[in-house]
Design a protein around this ligand. Structure first.
Ligand code: VGL
Ligand code: ZN
Length: 208
């Protein structure tokens, strides 16, 4: 596949709280993706990153509701919200992009999930599915029409971002061997079902 100036690599949530040993929301295998992401990024003219960026007392934190992370959920005004350990608190070391990520030419770091009352798995829309982050307009204005997703978590932020991208009309690929999943019951199957019905293309680094 030949890359063009209209292609962008979207590196999703490669942050300490998802990657380092003992982190609250460690995604198994996430840290092993770093060398591969660094390497592939060199082939892209345009690299963008996202950063999960929550205020204290965020709606997605189990602690906010006195509930159990991973198991409990709440009914938010916008639908069911899964509950997580506290993670990616604004300005903390856990929220920093991992020091092993070397993307010196990255052009944008998009923060998401910064509103107390609504979570944002997708880089394009918050979980209410209507509040935009501005990313679609940014990409369109810059004529970045073909998007390649890597990072964590495959079954949450990568998956929701890719599904939103294809709905918005971007040609959308997920480089699956440069992703890692949280893997709660049914979450991988659900996202893959969405990919196949909505036209997100699954590929591996070797296909690039
Ligand atoms: C994520 C759960 C909560 C992710 C972010 O990056 O996939 N998952 N916040
Ligand atoms: Zn989060």
């Amino acid at each position: 596949m030949d890359l063009t100036p209209h292609d962008a690599l979207l590196v999703i949530d490669m942050q300490n709280d998802f990657l380092v040993e003992g982190a609250p929301l460690k995604v198994r295998g996430g840290e092993t993706l770093l060398p591969g992401i660094n390497a592939i990024a060199r082939g892209f003219d345009h690299v963008l990153c996202t950063q999960d960026w929550h205020p204290a007392g965020h709606i997605s934190f189990a602690s906010t509701h006195g509930k159990q992370p991973f198991e409990d959920s709440i009914e938010a005004s916008y639908g069911t919200q899964s509950l997580w350990p506290d993670h990616c608190l604004q300005g903390t070391a856990g929220a920093h992009l991992h020091a092993g990520l070397h993307l010196p030419h990255a052009e944008l770091i998009l923060r998401k999930g910064f509103r107390t009352g609504v979570d944002s798995y997708s880089a394009f829309f918050e979980n209410d599915r209507v509040t935009p982050t501005g990313l679609a307009a940014y990409l369109r204005e810059r004529t970045l029409t073909r998007l390649f997703f890597v990072g964590v978590a495959y079954d949450f932020c990568v998956g929701h971002s890719a599904l939103a991208a294809v709905r918005l009309g971007f040609e959308t690929f997920v480089l699956e061997d440069l992703t890692a999943a949280v893997d709660l019951p049914g979450t991988i199957a659900a996202v893959q079902e969405g990919f196949s019905t909505q036209g997100v293309r699954r590929m591996s680094v070797a296909d690039l």
